[in-house]
Write a protein that binds this ligand. Structure first.
Ligand SMILES: C[S@@+](CC[C@H](N)C(=O)[O-])C[C@H]1O[C@@H](n2cnc3c(N)ncnc32)[C@H](O)[C@@H]1O
Length: 224
C-alpha cells in the first residue's frame, strides 16, 4: 500500500465513521451523546491534561494571548474547551465530515479556525514559529504509519515557537501489531522510539508518562 493510498483510506474510513456516529467514534464511552454531555467530556479532557499543566503549557503567557494548535480535532469535543481557555485556536483533521460537524458545533467561536488536512502534513498553515502550544489526544493511536505520525511531529516543530510545548498521546503498548490498511489501531511507541523521534524532529522529549500502555503521553519542547 502506498502512502497516498493509506492517506486516502484514513480519510474515507473517518468520513464514514463521522457519518455513522461521529461522537461515538470520537469518544466510545457512549453511543448517544447529547450536546451537553459530549462537550462536557471535552472540558474534562482539558481539566485533566491542560489545566493541571499550565506551567509547562503557558510558560508565563496569558492563555488569552496564546495561539494553539490541535491535531485530529474530530467533532470539536476538545476544541470547544480549548477555545474557552485560549485566545486563538487552530484545529485540523483528515476527515472533511468531522471538520464539517466541528464547524457547525463551533460556529459561534470566531477565534477557532478549522481545517481539513491531507492526513500527514500541515501545509495549509504557513505561519511558521507562531504557535505557543500544540495538543493531540486519541488521534495518533489510530494512525498505523510511523511515517505519517513523524511527519506531523516535524510539522508541529515548524509551527511552534522555540521553547513551546507539543503535548500529545501515542499508543505505548508495543505488543500491538498494526496493518497498513487498518485505521483503528495505531503504531505503538516504546520510550526509546519516542525519544529518537523527538531528536529527529527538533524536540527535547522532556517528560513522558504511561509508557507500555494505551495512553503514553509525551511532552516535546521545541528546541531553540
Ligand atoms: C477518536 S477521534 C478523537 C478526536 C478528538 N481528538 C477528541 O479527543 O475528541 C480521532 C480523530 O483523529 C482523526 N484522524 C485520524 N487519522 C488522522 C490523520 N492522519 N490526520 C489527522 N486527523 C486524523 C479522525 O478523523 C478523528 O476525528
Amino acid at each position: 500500500m502506498t502512502l497516498a493510498e493509506q492517506l486516502e483510506k484514513m480519510r474515507r474510513d473517518w468520513d464514514e465513521r463521522a457519518r455513522e456516529n461521529a461522537r461515538y467514534f470520537v469518544n466510545t464511552e457512549r453511543t448517544d451523546w447529547t450536546d451537553d454531555e459530549f462537550f462536557a467530556s471535552g472540558r474534562r479532557t482539558v481539566s485533566e491534561e491542560i489545566l493541571t499543566d499550565m506551567i509547562n503549557i503557558c510558560q508565563e503567557k496569558d492563555p488569552m494571548q496564546m495561539k494553539v494548535l490541535e491535531i485530529g480535532c474530530g467533532a470539536g469535543r476538545v476544541t470547544r474547551a480549548l477555545s474557552d481557555l485560549f485566545g486563538e485556536v487552530w484545529a485540523v483533521d483528515v476527515s472533511g465530515e468531522m471538520i464539517r460537524q466541528a464547524t457547525q458545533a463551533l460556529k459561534d467561536r470566531k477565534h477557532v479556525h478549522l481545517l481539513q488536512t491531507n492526513g500527514t502534513d500541515l501545509s495549509a498553515i504557513t505561519a511558521d514559529g507562531s504557535f505557543d502550544f500544540a495538543f493531540s489526544t486519541i488521534v495518533f493511536q489510530h494512525i498505523p504509519s510511523k511515517e505519517v505520525i513523524e511527519n506531523y511531529v516535524r510539522e508541529v516543530a515548524r509551527l511552534l515557537r522555540p521553547g513551546a510545548l507539543f503535548k500529545f498521546q501515542v499508543q505505548g503498548d508495543t505488543s500491538i501489531e498494526t496493518q497498513p490498511d487498518d485505521t483503528w489501531l495505531g503504531a505503538p511507541y516504546s520510550d526509546e522510539d519516542a525519544c529518537a523521534m523527538a531528536e529527529r524532529c527538533g524536540f527535547e522529549p522532556r517528560y513522558r508518562h504511561g509508557a507500555g500502555g494505551q495512553y503514553f503521553w509525551l511532552w516535546f519542547f521545541r528546541k531553540s
